[in-house]
Write a protein that binds this ligand. Structure first.
Ligand SMILES: C[S@@+](CC[C@H](N)C(=O)[O-])C[C@H]1O[C@@H](n2cnc3c(N)ncnc32)[C@H](O)[C@@H]1O
Length: 282
């Protein structure tokens, strides 16, 4: 029997669904994530997270300094938490496998001086946006240390194995908030199931590309359990040498295999993420 969007998500969220749906159709909020490389005025507004500020009524568009470096990047506070969950450190080789337009890569690049970052995206158009973001936010000496690539993350493991200390896999997903704004009529349960298979192929590839003892963050902006906990559950079953790294975060709530930030409780998100450690050798 054909399942409607509301039936599917009511099944997943029970009585919470009506409030969650109301929150998902509210206008999106952004924080300004301040750029330490900008030579200009400091932060405005109320601090929400380290380096991230919120202003009632919203921020002006970002401004460049005399070197052409912009002052802040506007994004969802939940995205910052997901990027920082990778705990990237100076000198580490870090891969952002699905990086465009670049919000989480900017958090990694500006927050971790000395990071050896590779930002990848298969879409040429979106990669151009990524390049522009790096050019606008990073001084040349930092920008020159970032590699931008255009590979298919699903097959990356065929070319490189055990190569990165940390991997962020911010996978393409149902993005229900966007669907509700635009093309909810196109929704079919088959879409989330298909995406879940694609996400599983990506995470399986990422798992092989990660160095032993490395850390991986899998994230989506979907609220579908198929694309979140179910992907991680299946991955852990097939990859017992990985373990979940559980922590508490400033926003959101734990799930069975990760963490989710939902707008009905805090106004931010949705973002789901799971932090996984590769133990010993594969
Ligand atoms: C959720 S978006 C990433 C958002 C980004 N991490 C950010 O914070 O700005 C997912 C991205 O994955 C890219 N993508 C989709 N399939 C891919 C694949 N097979 N390999 C690499 N990138 C892919 C899309 O072009 C899209 O830009």
């Amino acid at each position: 029997m054909k399942m409607s969007f509301d039936e599917f998500y009511s099944d997943a969220y029970g009585s919470r669904w009506s409030e969650l749906k109301k929150a998902l159709v509210q206008p999106r909020q952004h924080v300004a994530y301040y750029n330490p490389y900008h030579k200009g005025l400091g932060p405005q507004g109320k601090q929400v997270l380290d380096g991230a500020y919120f202003l009632e009524g919203g921020f002006e568009p970002p401004q460049a300094d005399s070197d052409g470096i912009y002052n802040y990047y506007l994004l969802d506070a939940a995205s910052i938490i997901a990027a920082k969950a990778l705990d990237a450190q100076a000198g580490e080789k870090v891969l952002d496998m699905c990086a465009a337009p670049g919000g989480k890569s900017i958090v990694l690049a500006t927050g971790t001086p000395g990071i050896k970052l590779t930002s990848n995206d298969r879409s040429a158009n979106r990669r151009n946006r990524l390049i522009k973001v790096f050019d606008n936010y990073l001084p040349k000496e930092v920008r020159d240390n970032i590699h931008i690539t255009g590979h298919d993350s699903k097959t990356w493991c065929l070319y490189e194995k055990e190569a990165y200390d940390k991997i962020l896999l911010d996978a393409p997903c149902s993005s229900e908030r966007h669907l509700l704004e635009t093309k909810i009529k196109d929704w079919k349960v088959g879409r989330t199931k298909r995406l879940s298979k694609e996400q599983f192929t990506m995470i399986s590839s990422a798992g092989q590309v990660l160095k032993p003892n490395g850390l991986m963050v899998y994230s989506t902006c979907s609220i579908s359990p198929h694309e979140n906990d179910r992907v991680i559950e299946k991955f852990l079953k097939r990859n017992p040498h990985f373990s979940l790294q559980c922590k508490t975060y400033q926003l959101g709530e734990p799930t069975e295999f990760g963490h989710i930030i939902l707008p009905d409780t805090c106004g931010w998100g949705p973002i789901y993420f799971s932090v996984l450690k590769k133990n010993g050798s594969s």
